[in-house]
Ligand binder design. Structure first.
Ligand code: LMR
Length: 344
């Protein structure tokens, strides 16, 4: 049998080791003095496309973080549920398989049901009210409630107000919802919202929603102009009613052990990058909301229903009982703080 001579064996070991180091990551390692230091890889997973406010802000965070840490941190952004979908991403963040996720706040219902504040119908009159609530003590409390799950809330990014779509008929009054079934993101508040309109609902992961609409598992859904546009729901949903009845916003969440284990200067650079990316997220949300609304209107595929104030008032009255139903879950203090954020 052929046996390698000791010298040949040593040389081939060195070669294999060298090759495997070169192959590892494929990116230049930052240098710390004479020693090669491997970059810290931060995986950032989300479920939407790159041309969304969240997708754009995630890429902005990557750019800033890599710049500010001088390449000591590499941020890998995985859009469109490529790495994890709605069902898996929270667990993956808790176990450290992914370092950053950005679920819509309502998807945190399993950790703290108060995150469903966002689904109370017509809670916020405009974006400014929403941003004010983001900066409130109530929001701080919600963020802190993630600590015990080894998660840390870093920031809140907006997307926008939700609109209803369906493939059966124009939705002009609550009557029109009877007998229809809608996709929801998560939680009992959204279920109750549709019940108040006489409609059924089913929770479906974002990545599976297009197929569910196409196959008729559900007749409709609610989402922002930008998500409707970038997911191409106009291909299966003929009718859109502009209601601005609910919000879609995101909690940017990191694995707490990972974040607190970072060197202070690295963590500061990442915190600064997150603060800048958050400002960018706000700009993008407002810009893309308008752009997508125009895209959908001009697509020739959707019939838009714009309600009169009186018609909108009927929706508000019909959906109002949801508040009383969930006051004990959400707390009166939290609901009042959100309402106050919308008052002049
Ligand atoms: C949804 O499930 O509709 C949204 O939360 C998706 C997203 O991340 O915008």
């Amino acid at each position: 049998m052929f046996r390698k001579k000791p010298i040949a064996l040593a040389l081939s070991t060195v070669l294999v080791l060298t090759l495997s180091l070169v192959g590892c990551g494929g990116k230049p390692a930052a240098t710390g003095g004479d020693k090669e230091v491997k970059p810290i890889i931060v995986k950032f997973a989300h479920v939407v496309t790159p041309d969304t406010p969240k997708g754009q802000a995630a890429l902005k965070f990557k750019e800033l973080a890599e710049q500010k840490t001088n390449g000591k941190v590499i941020v890998e952004v995985y859009p469109s549920s490529q790495l994890y979908g709605d069902k898996e991403e929270l667990e993956a963040a808790q176990s450290g398989n992914v370092q950053i996720i950005a679920p819509s706040v309502t998807k945190l219902v399993g950790l703290n049901p108060k995150f469903q504040y966002t689904d109370l119908p017509f809670l916020f009159p405009n974006n400014e009210a929403v941003y004010k609530f983001f900066a409130s003590d109530q929001m701080k409390g919600l963020m802190n409630s993630l600590d015990k799950y080894n998660l840390q809330g870093l920031a809140v990014w907006p997307n926008g107000f939700k609109q209803f779509t369906n493939n059966k008929r124009p939705l002009v009054s609550p009557e029109d919802f009877k007998g229809l079934k809608f996709r929801t993101q998560a939680g009992k508040v959204l279920e109750a919202q549709f019940k108040s309109l006489g409609a059924g609902s089913a929770t479906i992961a974002f990545g599976e929603t297009y197929a569910a609409l196409q196959q008729g598992t559900v007749d409709g859904q609610e989402n922002t102009f930008n998500n409707i546009d970038t997911q191409k729901y106009q291909e299966t949903q003929k009718y859109l009613t502009v209601t601005n009845h609910g919000r879609l916003d995101y909690m940017i969440i990191v694995n707490k052990s990972f974040w607190s284990g970072l060197e202070p200067d690295i963590r500061k650079a990442l915190d600064d990058s997150m603060a800048e990316a958050t400002k960018y997220a706000v700009e993008q949300a407002e810009l893309l909301d308008k752009k997508s609304m125009d895209n959908l209107k001009n697509s020739g595929k959707m019939q838009f229903t714009e309600l009169t104030p009186a018609q909108l008032g009927v929706f508000q009255e019909t959906m109002k009982p949801v508040y009383a139903q969930f006051e004990s879950v959400l707390s009166k203090e939290l609901i009042d703080a959100a309402i106050k954020a919308g008052q002049k």
